[in-house]
Ligand binder design. Structure first.
Ligand SMILES: [Zn+2]
Length: 134
């Protein structure tokens, strides 16, 4: 009975993969930085589902089921933490603060308007003291 059920499930899974795959393939790769984490999360969820399924079928001992489930949940927690960390670390939520446009000090003479490449204490044109950024 169990073998027959397992075969049925295997056939169903193969049929599912065969019918779904061609539709999935042309989809472009997601560029989200969470993509690989999401994939891992999905894989862990799938493993958990499989595990529960096999446990229900009686293929796993209680101890095996509990320990594997614990491992998977631990892995899942790790992935979630990584996603959170990534999410918090990303500057998407807040645009970077723009620096107020500062008038270049020491580059343009206030007195004669001469421009210089470097900051100067005294204007090279009129010799008057220029404001130097500290
Ligand atoms: Zn000057």
């Amino acid at each position: 009975m169990i073998i027959a059920l397992t075969c049925l499930v295997a056939i169903a899974v193969i049929a599912f993969i065969l019918t779904v795959r061609p539709n999935d393939l042309p989809e472009p790769e997601p560029v989200s930085p969470f993509a690989h984490l999401d994939e891992r999360k999905a894989a862990i969820y799938e493993n958990l589902r499989d595990l529960q399924f096999e446990y229900r079928l009686g293929k796993l001992s209680d101890a095996d089921y509990q320990s594997t489930k614990r491992d998977l949940q631990k892995e899942l927690a790790g992935v979630m933490a990584e996603i959170d960390k990534l999410r918090n670390g990303l500057p998407v939520a807040e645009p970077p603060k723009q620096k107020p446009a500062k008038k270049p000090v020491g580059l343009v003479c206030d007195s004669c308007g001469a421009k210089f490449e470097k900051e100067l204490k005294f204007c090279g044109e009129c010799g008057k003291p220029m404001q130097v950024a500290k």
